[in-house]
Design a protein around this ligand. Sequence first.
Ligand code: AKG
Ligand code: FE2
Length: 162
Amino acid sequence: MESNDMITLFKEGMQAMRMNYYPPCPQPEQVIGLTPHSDAVGITILLQLNEVEGLQIKKDGIWIPIKPLPNAFIVNIGDILEIVTNGQYKSIEHRAIVNSEKERLSIATFLSPNLDGDLGPAPSLITPDTPPKFKRVSVVDFSKDLFSKELNRKTFIERYYI
Ligand SMILES: O=C(O)CCC(=O)C(=O)O
Ligand SMILES: [Fe+2]
């Protein structure tokens, strides 16, 4: 892929942050901390603040716990990177569960494109043998669309499949 395709999209892009606080729950199997979803961004850089397990990713249909490592970031691929790479990188479905005794804290930083242009598979990746797998959409419309939807597995990116 040509680096310019990535630069055009992410230069002076948006960065958002979310702090998540999960209080302890005596019946953790009855609740969910954060419902299964993929992040509708380029990449997410995540810090698990207090080394309490809770984050899980879905791999081959199975939920895998991600052990917090002290002072380590987790980098997750988001829907926008899946679109830009025309599906070569897949956004990761994840969720957070809660602990019966301990509170848990995480901080997520979301990196997204600037609002100027369009979002779609990088032109340098499209050939007669590798046609686009995603529709093109303006970043503004994509963002508006996103904020009108709930977090629900990978249903958001599925709306852009060709
Ligand atoms: O708390 C976590 O580890 C996950 C947070 C998350 O997925 C998010 O904020 O989008
Ligand atoms: Fe997330």
